[in-house]
Design a protein around this ligand. Structure first.
Ligand SMILES: [Zn+2]
Length: 183
């Protein structure tokens, strides 16, 4: 059985929301955003949500997401802190109904990274720096993730999802990623 892959620089917060991947090439990286409550940063609620420990009575929005069991592999806070919920080799539950180049169910063959934020709020330079670093590390494990296989959630679930939103600067990210890949 393959060894679980946890990134060394990430804080580990294991989530029960994952399962085994089907036997296919892992070649997609999906960028998301999340903040709980929406547009509020720095709370413990995303970690609690992804580990099914959130008190859904605390906020009206939390009531709307009661019973929802989701996860992402990684979460990057505004200050650049990286938290990992699911080993890279396991199937996290971040994409939902989705398709990439005609292949359905992107969770089967992708890694999901959540940026703490919301669609029209600029991400921090610390977040871009850490995102580029960990993307390069992920690509070192999964070289089938080509540059054109790094997408937003909105790209694989158009009409249903809008994240990471217009505030996400793909050119900044791609430039930092290229630099990280060359070191
Ligand atoms: Zn998303």
């Amino acid at each position: 059985m393959a060894q679980d892959i946890w990134l060394k620089q990430a804080k580990r917060v294991p989530s029960p929301n994952y399962n085994e991947r089907p036997d296919q090439v892992l070649d997609l990286l999906v960028i998301h955003n999340i903040s709980l409550p929406p547009k509020q940063f720095g709370s413990p609620y995303v970690e609690q949500f992804f580990t099914n420990c959130l008190d859904h009575d605390l906020h009206p929005f939390f009531d709307e997401i009661r019973g929802v069991e989701v996860s992402a592999h990684l979460f990057i806070r505004r200050d650049g802190e990286v938290i990992q919920f699911v080993p890279l080799n396991k199937r996290a539950w971040h994409a939902g109904k989705s398709s990439f180049q005609g292949r359905e169910n992107c969770n089967d063959f992708s890694i999901g990274i959540e940026m703490e934020g919301y669609d029209d709020c600029p991400y921090t330079s610390e977040q871009y720096a850490r995102l580029a670093e960990i993307s390069a590390e992920i690509i070192s494990y999964y070289p089938s993730i080509l540059p054109e296989h790094i997408v937003g959630h909105s790209d694989i679930a158009p009409g249903r999802k809008t994240d990471p939103g217009p505030a996400f600067d793909w050119s900044v990210y791609q430039a930092l990623l290229q630099a990280s890949l060359q070191t």
